[in-house]
Design a protein around this ligand. Structure first.
Ligand code: NAD
Length: 730
């Protein structure tokens, strides 16, 4: 059995059907390419065959793309000279697709050859579109649910099987840029409008057959003499503008840290200056360059392979299905309203409780407003809105919680209030109901004391805004049982978010790592480091927000509150007095961040951020001597990653995959790096430990290398080898 089969009908049309064994959607692997190649040879050599259709045996889809597990391992399996091995492998792939494109034509006269059409029954992504682009005509089913495009850039690579070169030559650089640089996907009609597919029809195989039998011309424009690229090549006045603009846009958006976008643009620019076959070779060189860059495999590993493994329950205890039927959300404030929304969107019945009916109604109105926005953007309908709202019962009556199988409490951050709510809820819910708290700072084990069954008590920590943030941190208290963990994981799966499971400790995992990042930024302000240098250094290393902007967004008084509580808990060991000096001073000036239209940044009356606040220098003068960029970046990155390593050492994290995925989705840790542990693997433990020593000598003990890192440095180990994927870290 192979993934590709060939059948020739009585009219001489050979249909090659792609049907990956054991998968619901076709994915490409090396064997698949070999098989496709052999069938193309066979059909081209067979005199009885007039033309070829490449289609799929799967309902509603052509192909989902290349198997990313293979791409992530390509470098390791490319032999002793991996760059050469990768380049040769990519060129072999080009060979197959170029054979399809030339289809037996005479190389000089372009005469002869057999028409080859792609018939797409639906979704066609990545290599699943690159193969059709090599065909002479693309027919797609009129299926509005189908997605057609080249999303490679989203996982840190770019279309490297000719998709980049062909799409630019077909559409021009300007029109191809959203499809290549942003990975924009279209439905079939949209793909036709964009010029990606040629025809949208009811039956693509029948339409392709009719086209083949019409004896069509099949020479690609770029194989004709005198071909001119739509919109102009780089030295054409219009093309020049496109390339200058694209280069600026890519650098502005990626801050230079995503190698794939830059490599893609280089392949497009350089490819546009040379004949087609040379352009393919250039594309292959840049693609090899990207596959050799550790960032691409780290991104694929964290953002695709491990993220999916966690979503599928990699760390789920062995317990029966815990799908949630009815959730009770207590506290209809900012978080509760969001939790109710995402639950109802997933079709779960919600009882949304607040102390006053008005507050409960206000919480529910968040869902109404969200659906209205969807309707305005044509992503939802009035009927859908009514159905979603119909699932939410906003009330003050705790008795309504009787049939809930999960409670998520999101009331004020106060042990007393939470304890009282826990008791009130458990007076009405059944013995199997799992009680979860959304606390961000209070220990789960402590809060569980108010529960009548600590085994059924757990933390489910959402991030704000709930509807946008994809990470959910599940926290086990000392007594939390397996069923509660399974319940939390099954709930997170229902609402289509990504879970990590951590043990109970101050600030759990995400906040534990992000607070040192913010603090390091504030510390530098006090030392006289130019605030613009701090912010730009963070962005130039891939952080979505600089530490000063981040504290403005989360609010400076929250920082003060957390600092006071931490100091009270830690006593003399509290290390952040220098940070508090700045933070408390800002709070005294009533500069509380975005919410007060004043913080480390200045804002206009409407809340628009204008720029860094000029007067900060009056209190914290900028020093004459400024540190170099890398020192600032290392201070900001090491502050986070060392905390991640300590969380692993302490057993808060038990799986480095969760540490990496959680960091990227939870607080936007430099996604190009694959996460804190991937970054440490990229720079290597020996260098990381050495850098820790230098930073400690210059800036203090908070940078001292954790024992685990020191041990790994001595042994020359990598995190992803020491804690092999899937293996528990602690
Ligand atoms: P909020 O002040 O917006 O909402 C709290 C709601 O709880 C209010 O509507 C209040 O009326 C209600 N409430 C208070 N006491 C109640 C009671 N006894 N019975 C019923 N309702 C009651 O607060 P929030 O930002 O939504 O935070 C809620 C919880 O989520 C806190 O534990 C907080 O630490 C946590 N959290 C917040 C964020 C965030 O970014 N805001 C992020 C993660 C977790």
């Amino acid at each position: 059995m192979t993934d590709f089969t060939l059948k020739t009908d009585a009219d001489g049309v050979a249909v090659i059907t792609w049907d990956t064994i054991g998968k619901s959607m076709n994915v490409m692997n090396q064997q698949g390419f070999t098989d496709l190649d052999a069938l193309i040879d066979q059909a081209l050599a067979d005199d009885a065959v007039k033309g070829i259709i490449i289609t799929s045996g799967k309902d509603g889809s052509f192909a989902g793309g290349m198997d990313l597990n293979i791409i992530a391992r390509m470098k390791d399996s490319a032999g002793d000279d991996p760059a050469r091995g990768l380049f040769d492998g990519v060129m072999a792939m080009h060979g197959v697709l170029r054979k399809i494109e030339r289809a037996g034509m005479d190389p000089k006269t372009n005469k002869g050859g057999k028409p080859i059409a792609a018939a797409l029954p639906g979704t066609a992504l990545g290599i699943g579109l690159e193969i059709p682009l090599a065909c002479h005509r693309i027919f797609a089913t009129d299926n509005p649910k189908a997605k057609i495009g080249l999303p490679e850039i989203m996982v840190g690579i770019f279309p490297g099987a000719g998709g980049t070169t062909r799409l630019v030559r077909k559409l021009g650089a300007m029109a191809a840029s959203p499809l290549l640089l942003e990975g924009k996907l279209n439905d079939p009609q949209g793909a036709k409008r964009a010029g990606v597919v040629d025809e949208v029809v009811a039956d693509p195989v029948a339409a392709a057959k009719e086209w083949i039998l019409s004896n069509p011309s099949i020479v690609k424009p770029w194989d004709e003499k005198g071909y001119k690229m739509p919109g102009g090549a780089p030295y054409h006045p219009a093309g020049f503008m496109t390339f200058v603009g694209a280069s600026a846009m890519v650098n502005g958006k990626t801050m230079g840290v995503y190698p794939a976008a830059k490599a893609l643009l280089s392949a497009v620019y350089e490819g546009a200056l040379v004949p087609f076959d040379t352009a393919l070779k250039i594309e292959a060189r840049w693609f090899t360059n990207i596959l050799m860059n550790p960032s691409s495999s780290a991104m694929i590993r964290s953002l695709f392979i491990n993220k999916e493994a966690l979503e599928k329950g990699a760390n789920r205890p062995d317990a029966p299905d815990q799908k949630v039927k009815q959730v009770g959300v207590i506290g209809a404030g900012m978080m509760g309203a969001g939790i109710a929304l995402v639950s109802a969107l997933a079709g779960i019945k919600v009882v949304l409780i607040d102390a006053k009916q008005e507050a409960a109604d206000k919480g529910k109105s968040y869902t109404a407003a969200y659906m209205d926005k969807g309707i305005a953007r044509k992503k939802a309908t009035e009927d859908k809105k009514a159905a979603v709202l119909g699932l939410i019962n906003a009330t003050t009556d705790y008795a309504a919680l009787k049939d809930c199988d999960l409670i998520v409490e999101a009331v004020f951050e106060d042990v007393g209030v939470k304890a009282e709510v826990t008791k009130k809820v458990q007076a009405v819910t059944g013995p199997d109901c799992i009680f979860a708290t959304n606390t961000s700072t209070l220990p789960i084990t402590e809060l569980a004391k108010a529960s009548n069954d600590p085994a059924n008590f757990i933390g489910i920590h959402f991030f704000s805004p709930v509807d946008k943030m994809m990470l959910v941190e599940i926290i086990k208290g000392e007594a939390t049982g397996d069923v509660a963990v399974a319940k939390a994981l099954d709930f997170v799966r229902q609402i289509r978010k990504t879970p990590i499971v951590v043990n109970d400790a101050r600030f759990f995992y995400a906040n534990r790592c992000i607070i040192p990042y913010i603090n390091e930024g504030i510390r530098m302000v006090r030392e006289g480091v130019e605030p613009a240098l701090i912010e730009n250094a963070a962005k130039l290393v891939g952080m979505p927000l600089g530490p000063l902007q981040l504290v403005d967004e989360t609010s400076i008084d929250l920082g003060v509150k957390i600092a006071k509580a931490t100091r009270a808990a830690m006593g003399d060991a509290y290390p952040d007095g220098a940070v508090d000096e700045v933070l408390f001073w800002m709070a005294d000036q009533n500069r509380l961040g975005r919410k007060s239209n004043a913080g480390f940044y200045a804002y206009d009356d409407k809340g628009k951020r204008l720029g860094l606040w000029d007067n900060l220098a009056a209190q914290y003068p900028v020093a004459d001597d400024q540190p170099d960029l890398v020192t600032v970046q290392h201070r900001l990155l090491f502050a986070q990653v060392l905390e991640a390593v300590r969380a692993l050492e302490d057993g808060v994290l038990t799986d480095i995959r969760e540490g990496d995925v959680g960091a990227i989705l939870g607080w936007g840790f430099a996604p190009w790096s694959g996460g804190p542990f991937s970054w440490l693997d990229i720079i290597g433990a020996p260098y990381a430990a050495e850098r820790c020593d230098q930073l400690t000598a210059e800036f203090g003990d908070r940078f001292s290398a954790p024992d685990l890192l020191r041990d790994m440095a001595d042994k020359g180990q990598e995190f992803y080898k020491r804690f092999a994927t899937g293996a528990k870290a602690a």
